[in-house]
Design a protein around this ligand. Structure first.
Ligand SMILES: [Zn+2]
Length: 228
């Protein structure tokens, strides 16, 4: 190891996962890389590609993904690193905060009563140690100051490992995959469901089916990124 590298690591132990420049306090991604994230304009676009995927649910009202990435992009890589292995919950939170700051004036979050992140199955939560969607939601909450609930919506079954099921199967909407345990607490509320990445929309659609028994609720959906 070069001495220069060693000294840099000593004084600035945290570096940006993309460009490896030193990070400031409470940063998990540097401002330069943050500025280069591929934004969508979905906050202001109705009938955007996210809404098209989710529109068949009777409770669904509006939705959007903040970023959009191609397979193999650096954004996909840092999202993967943030979610798996050791994970990087502070990065997910910082991205959530940034998204909220950029979208708050568009009116996208207007009228929301409650934030509900997509839950993991308890078994997966225990092995991973954190729920990635909850950390994104925490970031939104830091800026929007809205209440969050993490125990009313639960995941009843784990998805099969992707390699064990065909593409068709992964895209299927499954009722019974999620459950709302106290529907009476959500009557007539406008709920923001938060997910990390939307690909086919099947997970969010499956979660929305659990709100069937919730009288008069409306659902908006926010995801950090949409995979093309
Ligand atoms: Zn960077």
């Amino acid at each position: 190891m070069r001495i220069g590298t060693y000294l840099t690591d000593l004084f600035f132990p945290y570096t940006c996962p993309v460009c490896h420049e030193p990070l400031g306090e409470e940063e998990s991604l540097c401002p330069k890389c943050m500025a280069q994230l591929p934004r969508t304009e979905q906050a202001l676009q109705r009938d955007n590609s996210t809404e098209v995927l989710l529109q068949d649910d009777p409770h669904f009202r509006w939705g959007g993904c903040w970023l959009e990435y191609e397979k193999g992009s650096w954004l996909q890589q840092i999202m993967f690193q943030a979610k798996f292995g050791q994970g990087n919950p502070p990065l997910l939170r910082q991205l959530g905060q940034q998204a909220a700051r950029e979208w708050v004036d568009t009116g996208f979050f207007d009228g929301i009563d409650l934030i509900m992140p997509i839950p993991l199955h308890p078994k997966r939560f225990r092995t991973r140690g954190f729920n990635q969607s909850e950390w994104i939601a925490k970031g939104l909450q830091d800026v929007l100051l809205l209440p969050m609930n993490t125990d009313n919506l639960t995941r009843e079954r784990n998805n099969k490992k992707q390699s064990q099921s065909g593409r068709e199967e992964r895209q299927q909407i499954q009722s019974g995959l999620f459950a709302v345990n106290h529907p009476e607490e959500l009557y007539k509320k406008t709920i923001l469901i938060v997910d990390d990445i939307i690909t086919t929309g099947a997970t969010v659609c499956s979660a929305m089916t659990a709100f069937k028994k919730v009288y008069g609720c409306k659902i908006a959906v926010f995801a950090l990124a949409k995979a093309k």
